[in-house]
Structure formats: C-alpha cells, structure tokens
Design a binder for this molecule. Structure first.
Ligand code: GLC
Ligand code: CA
Length: 561
C-alpha cells in the first residue's frame, strides 16, 4: 500500500456561511475563518475543505457559481482569501476547495451568453434541447423538485438543470468547456491550494440519448439517476482531467459520487488508474430512507450500518482508499442521527467518533461535530433556509397534501439546515457567531453546547476528538492497518480489529443506551494489551476476554501478538 500525506491526514469541512462572521452582517466569511485558524490548529486537523466561496447569487448557498475566479461578495475579497491560505499554510494546515463543475449559476456569463441565440459562441456550453409537443424533452425530475428542464423563451428551447433552475448543467461533451474548466483549476492550484472536493462529479457524463426515467412510487416525474450518474464517458473525463491538471500537483482530490457501487468507486480511486484519490459514497447516508427517499422513514439496525461500513472497508482495501464521514453540510448531525443527543449526548458523540476514526481511510470532521452539535428542529418552515427543504415542503404539503406535521418531523430529522445552523462559539448572544442577526437561527442549545465550554472541560468531546487525531498521527496502524469485523451479528456492539504486522487494534463500540456484554472471539490471540482511548474512566488491567460495555461506551486496545 502506498503511503501518502493525505492518507495520514484528518480533514475538517467548513461551510463558510455558518462558520464565523467577522463583520456583523450575520453571514460567516473568510476573515472569520482566518480568525479561527488557531482553534483548528489546536484541534490538530491537517486539511480544511472549504465549501464554495466563489461569486454566487446563492440560490443554493454557493453551489451555484457565477464566477469561478472571484469571491462571493458576502465572504470578502480575493485578498482575504490569499491571506487565509497564507496563514493556514503558516499553521501547517492545507486548504482544499469545492469544485462545482457539473453546473454553474444561470448568472454565469457563459450561461447569459449561451441563452441569447442558437449560434452564440457559448451555446454548446450547456445542454439545450427542443421540447416534444410543447412538453420538456424528457420526464426527468430535478433533485430539487419539478422538471429538470427549463423552457427558455429567447430560443424556444429547454436547458437541463439536475438541481435548481438557477443551476444549468454544463455540457461536458464540449472540449472547450472541459478545457476552460481545466484552466480555471490550474489557476487555483497555481495560487497554492492543496486540492479539490468535487461536487457531484459523477454526474458530468450524461447518456446522450436522454431517455425517460422510471417514475418511482411517490413521484410524478422520472428518475434521471441511471442516465446521469457514472455515465458513459465519466472515467475518460476524469482521466483527462488528471492528465491535464491533477497529476501536475501534489494535491488531494475527493469526488462526491452518490449512487456508486464498489466497482465504480474502485474505478475512480484505484491508484493504478490515475483518476481521483477518494470518493464520498452515500450508502450509509441513505440508511433509513423510506418510499419517499429521505422524507420518509424505514427502520434500520446496527447490523445494517456494519454491513455497509465493512463492505466499503474491504472493498477499497486493495489499491483504493476510503473517505470516512458521519455527516456534512447536506446531512443531519451524527449525534442526533446515530447517537443519543439527550441523556447520552457526550458519551455517544465520543463513541461515534471512535468508531469512525479508527477505521481505514481519511476521516472528515464537519464543523461543529467536534463539539457535539445537534440537529435543530425548528418549529416552523419559515425558519428553514435550504432550497431543497423549502421546495420539498411545498411539493409534499401544498401539492401532495402530506400532513404538515409529518413533513416537519421529516425535515427536522433529515433536512440539510440541521448542519447549517451557526457554529456555537460561546454562550453569548447568537453563540458568538455574529454580533448582527444571523442568516439562519442559532440552535437554542448553544448555552450548553459551545466551543468555549468544550475547550475549558478536559473531558470534553472536543478534547476527545483532539486525542483521536493525535493517536492517528502517531500510530501507523490507525492509518494503514487492515480492517476486520468481529461479532458480525451483534445488534448492540460494533467491534472490529485493525492489523498491521505484529500489532492489532481492538475497537469496541456500544451503540445502545444500556449495558452490553462483549466477548472476545477465541481467534484473537495476544500477549499484551494497552488501552489507547476510551470514553469512560476505566483501569488498564481489565480482562478483555469479557467486558460489560456501558451505555454508548467505546474502547480501543492495542494488542501485541
Ligand atoms: C452537492 C452539494 C449540495 C448541492 C448539490 C448541487 O450534492 O453537496 O450541497 O446542493 O451538490 O450543487
Ligand atoms: Ca460577515
């Protein structure tokens, strides 16, 4: 297995709008991030992933870019960015940027030109089709509800947008588009950034037949997924991007790739193929989705989590590499989702961190996760800001007449704004995020859950994350050890080992709010044991053949053979 710096790193995701506001306008900004670099250094992370900071009309909070080489007005200036990059590098922290090139904003000058006429120089930068009998070219439903095609009067044709109407898809079949994108990527890399997280990158190659999609239960339009994800030319495009751009720099890349199986993911990240370094796959994030996707519930068990995790751990072990994450800016907070954010808030947050950070792969921490931030559960839809949430509410409640209380419960459980409430810095008004009025309300629990109190408390969740990061940085086995699941069928304990040479790590995590008995499988032999980390006070000498694991307890032992 090749050893590289990015396999040995921990990456911290910043959603700039919600991180720290430096000028009182209620919106997080670049200067705010620079102010908090010391905090991130204290935590010990190696790399920051910045969600989009480019010029944008903010239909989808920056995932709709109107100028790739300029900074969003609310976030500051290019000088602010240069200063952030410089200061981060001075602290030994790298920065990777979000690369959003499946689509642009409709306010990008390429699109403004493109829509003008059929023979405009930029026409083929986007995907234009004629309607059929006054209807859109096919039945695809956009990810944010409604048709994925928008009619444009000026030329009497439709353009494709797999996300909002203000996010037209770029036409990757066009060489000029690809070359423009590569040029822009090099411009950022030449500035000194350290890599890219690539937004829905496996959507860029579409089936050129544009066939109708299946109309699934609960939908009135067709599913674009089989004709857009992992499309016919995706690997060719990524190889080209790698050759033209990525291979020329010492950087890290992680592609956001929903709906990939192991083989497809392996094709993206296989070291021999020269495409990407890692992908984000969402199999775990889809757990609990019912008939209406994430807005409806289906029960799941701990063994489902274990099966998914183990499949990916083993599946990419040979020549690939996993990204490890419990949440991000599109997902609810992990302690609310897989832990217990009430009486076992602290224990379960630490247990979940242990379970993930001891796996093979590069861990990602989403801002606020390290202090145990929870879901928000706003009472009223008026308090939500996310376009996906608002559109889904309108469709489910206003059109499909779903019970509004049920829809609010679904949004409170799974909506993206759970991740986007401001980072809770201290117990002062607005959690110290802003001196103004925050663009989205602060979670009311900020008096109990905030950075200041977490820094003061030696046994805090923050200090536990810090310890986990430190352990990884000092122990190659945490990075490179081979993962093996034990106690496969146990519905309460998630236990596994990591093996490197003569050493083994034994990780035991209790996922329930009661005592659960751990019995060490006979096959695991050892001559010495050492407790490396745990979330309860325990003595080192205990017999690990049989352990009563307390509610949400986690322990990691280093065993020598
Ligand atoms: C990705 C982003 C999400 C965004 C979408 C469209 O899934 O993570 O936040 O809405 O792409 O760019
Ligand atoms: Ca601001």
């Amino acid at each position: 297995m090749n050893k590289t710096w990015w396999k040995e790193s921990v990456i911290y995701q910043i959603y700039p709008r919600s991180f720290k506001d430096s000028n009182g306008d209620g919106i997080g900004d670049l200067k705010g991030i620079t102010q908090k670099l010391d905090y991130l250094k204290e935590l010990g992370i190696n790399v920051i992933w910045l969600s989009p900071i480019y010029k944008s009309p903010n239909d989808d909070n920056g995932y709709d870019i109107s100028n790739y080489q300029d900074i969003m007005t609310e976030f500051g200036t290019m000088e602010d960015f240069d200063q952030l990059l410089q200061k981060a590098h001075d602290c030994g922290i790298k920065i990777i940027m979000d690369l959003v090139v499946n689509h642009t904003s409709n306010e990008h000058h390429w699109f403004k030109e493109s829509r003008k006429s059929k023979d405009n120089k930029y026409r083929d930068y986007y995907i234009w089709k004629s309607g059929v009998n006054l209807q859109p070219p096919n039945n695809w439903e956009s990810s944010f509800n409604g048709s994925a095609w928008e009619y444009d009067e000026s030329t009497n044709m439709y353009f494709l947008h797999l996300f909002s109407k203000k996010q037209p898809d770029l036409n990757w079949e066009n060489d000029t588009v690809r070359n423009e994108i590569y040029k822009m990527m090099k411009w950022w890399l030449n500035k000194g950034i350290d890599g890219f997280r690539m937004d829905v990158i496996n959507l860029i190659s579409k089936d050129q037949m544009y066939p109708d999609g299946e109309i699934r239960k609960g939908h009135s339009l067709g599913n674009f997924a089989p004709y857009s994800f992992n499309g016919p030319r995706i690997n060719e495009f990524l190889k080209e991007m790698n050759k033209e751009v990525l291979s020329k720099y010492d950087i890290v890349t992680v592609g956001e790739t929903p709906k990939v199986n192991i083989q497809e993911a392996m094709n993206y990240v296989d070291e021999k193929r020269n495409e990407l370094n890692m992908v984000f796959q969402f199999e775990l994030m889809g757990l609990g989705n019912g008939n209406h996707g994430k807005w409806s519930n289906a029960p799941f068990k701990l063994t489902d989590i274990k099966k998914i995790m183990t499949k990916w751990q083993k599946g990419l072990e040979d020549g690939g590499w996993n990204s490890l994450f419990w949440n991000n800016h599109d997902q609810p907070r992990v302690v609310s989702r897989f832990g217990n954010d009430k009486e076992y808030w602290e224990q379960s947050a630490k247990m979940l961190a242990t379970c993930l950070h001891m796996m093979q792969g590069t861990p990602f921490i989403y801002q606020g996760e390290e202090i145990g931030m929870t879901n928000v559960a706003f009472k009223s839809i008026e308090d939500y800001r996310d376009i996906e949430t608002i559109n889904a509410y309108k469709e489910q409640v206003n059109i499909k007449e779903k019970n509004p209380l049920e829809m609010m419960a679904a949004i409170n459980a799974r909506g993206r704004d759970n991740a986007r409430t401001p980072v809770q810095w201290d117990e002062s008004e607005n959690a110290g995020f802003t001196t103004g009025k925050p663009w989205i309300k602060v979670n009311p629990n900020y008096k109990q859950i905030n950075v200041k109190s977490q820094l003061e408390e030696p046994n805090s969740i923050f200090n536990y994350y810090k310890q986990l990061i430190d352990i990884r940085s000092k122990n190659q086995i945490v990075v490179y050890g081979i993962y093996n699941l034990i106690l496969e069928d146990n519905e309460e304990l998630y236990a596994y080992t990591r093996t490197l040479g003569e050493e083994k790590l034994l990780i035991i995590c209790n996922f329930v709010d009661r005592i659960s008995k751990f019995n060490l499988p006979q096959s695991i032999k050892y001559s010495s044991q050492k407790l490396i980390i745990g979330n309860y006070k325990i003595s080192n000498g205990v017999n690990i053949k049989s352990i009563e694991m307390k509610p949400y307890e986690a322990r990691v032992y280093l065993l020598k053979c």
